[in-house]
Design a protein. Structure first.
Length: 148
């Protein structure tokens, strides 16, 4: 089975459909599965960027103890929390989608108006605060807010 960094999701799906034995597929494709936790991802990113978790938590506008629980892996983030962290980490769309995958949350979908706005803001490196204002101006739920 190819390395997980070299095989696309479409290729993995094609291999699954070709395989006659599910057990054999699962054994051969073991390295392709998402195995790191979201907390591990956040901590690795902070180490690479030489930044402390508190800075990301503050930029994401998260409650401090909740943010630390995310970094320690004690809590799993909601989709909106992942997106708040993506903005705090100045992620581009590809990075934000990867964060959503690792957190096992649904990806941004441009046919949903709110998602389209978020995609636009990520692509154009618009801050979290300005994204929240744009969402509010369009009468869409803010990140971390309740869906209407």
């Amino acid at each position: 089975m190819p390395d997980k960094n070299r095989i696309s999701t479409d290729e993995l799906l094609a291999l699954l459909f070709k395989e006659r034995s599910l057990e054999h597929f699962l054994q051969r494709s073991e390295s392709a599965y998402l195995t790191s936790s979201f907390g591990d991802y956040l901590n690795r990113w902070c180490r690479q960027q030489l930044i402390v978790p508190e800075q990301v938590i503050r930029r994401a506008n998260l409650e401090k103890s909740y943010g630390h629980q995310l970094f320690s892996g004690k809590r799993n983030p909601s989709r909106d929390t992942v997106l708040q962290l993506a903005f705090a980490m100045q992620a581009d769309l590809t990075q934000a989608q990867e964060m959503l995958r690792i957190a096992r949350r649904s990806l941004l979908y441009p046919r949903i108006k709110r998602d389209a706005v978020i995609i636009y803001c990520l692509h154009n490196h618009i801050s979290l605060v300005d994204t929240q204002i744009i969402l509010q101006d369009l009468e869409l739920p803010p990140l971390g807010g309740r869906e209407k």
